[in-house]
Design a protein around this ligand. Structure first.
Ligand SMILES: CC(C)(COP(=O)(O)OP(=O)(O)OC[C@H]1O[C@@H](n2cnc3c(N)ncnc32)[C@H](O)[C@@H]1OP(=O)(O)O)[C@@H](O)C(=O)NCCC(=O)NCCS
Length: 297
């Protein structure tokens, strides 16, 4: 167990998520009923917002230390990603081994009453530091982590914040804790195949272009990439073919609650790209794009 160091967020205060500073009054986030534009100090002045529900009472425990939290962590976060995301061809073949074989690299962020604030998964992998040697997306990373030795960097697999706790800066704390975990194990970097949260709003835009979008203030357009950059990460490269998900047409109809009567490329809810439906072959094929980012630890 270790106390999460929050670095630049040391001043974290017990603030509610309502009236999230990034949404209130921002041109990209029109004010919603019940919200007040510019209600939270910090955003208006252009400085990064400071917000969270936590202070020094937070702690981070690995699955090796508290295996009993695994099920609860899953239950609290299992509804966060769209159903299709649970069916990775390669990812699913390895995922269960994270907690079984590498429990010291899986952790939960806990509050002062031991409530689960974040669920985080990571895996040591070998990487020579060059763009060419980066694993092919998250599929390549998880396969390399289990199939090859010589791990020298930590690779982020996922960070999830329970829905009712989102928008309070907890992901930053979890990300920093992952960096500390990498450092404590003597790794030289934390690398992450980042799943850009808002790519689902632009599934037809190539990931190369989307990942380069910035807001007028210079920060990255994508909220989750922005969190990574704010704590010091840099973009390495985009990976259009990070996570492969294939299934029958019926599988895809179930996962997306859509009907695919014809072959072709389809947009679907929550998809970061389109799914290619082939009715003759009875298959649906999808590649989730990610963006490789690197944190120096
Ligand atoms: C992505 C995720 C980890 C972010 O966690 P979080 O603690 O809510 O993030 P933060 O409070 O630090 O907010 C990060 C950014 O997201 C945006 N954001 C957060 N909650 C939001 C909401 N409810 N509506 C709109 N934007 C929101 C904010 O713009 C914020 O950017 P800013 O700090 O520049 O304003 C969380 O939403 C999550 O668990 N999502 C589902 C799983 C997932 O996609 N994980 C990442 C891929 S592995």
């Amino acid at each position: 167990m270790w106390t999460a160091t929050v670095g630049a967020l040391a001043e974290l205060a017990r603030l509610p998520a309502r009236g999230h500073p990034s949404r209130a009054g921002h041109p990209l986030h029109p004010v919603r009923p019940g919200e007040t534009a510019g209600a939270t100090a910090g955003w208006v002045s252009g400085t990064p917002p400071i917000r969270a529900i936590i202070t020094s009472d937070m702690k981070t425990v690995t699955v090796a230390e508290r295996p009993d939290l695994t099920e609860l962590g899953w239950a609290l976060t299992s509804d966060l990603l769209p159903e299709y995301n649970n069916h990775g061809d390669v990812l699913n073949a390895y995922w269960g081994r994270l907690t079984e074989e590498r429990p010291e690299f899986q952790f939960h962020l806990l509050g002062d009453k031991d409530e689960v604030l974040a669920r985080a998964r990571s895996l040591p992998v070998r990487w020579d530091g060059s763009l060419q040697d980066l694993p092919t997306g998250i599929d390549g990373a998880i396969a390399r982590g289990f199939d090859e030795g010589g791990a020298n960097v930590l690779c982020a697999m996922v960070i999830m914040i329970p829905r009712n706790l989102q928008g309070r800066g907890l992901s930053t704390v979890a990300l920093q804790a992952m960096g500390e975990l990498a450092s404590r194990h003597g790794f030289t970097a934390l690398i992450a195949p980042v799943r850009p949260s808002w790519k689902e709003r632009y599934p037809l835009v190539p990931i190369e272009r989307y990942a380069a979008w910035r807001r007028p203030d210079g920060s990255l357009f994508d909220p989750w990439m922005r969190v990574h950059e704010r704590v010091g990460a840099t973009i390495l490269k985009t990976e259009p073919h990070s996570l492969r998900i294939t299934g029958t047409v019926a599988d895809w109809e179930e996962w997306t609650q859509m009907t695919f009567l014809d072959s072709g490329a389809y947009w679907f809810p929550g998809g970061l790209a389109t799914v290619a439906i082939d009715r003759d072959a009875d298959s649906g094929r999808y590649w989730e794009p990610n963006v490789w980012m690197r944190h120096v630890v």
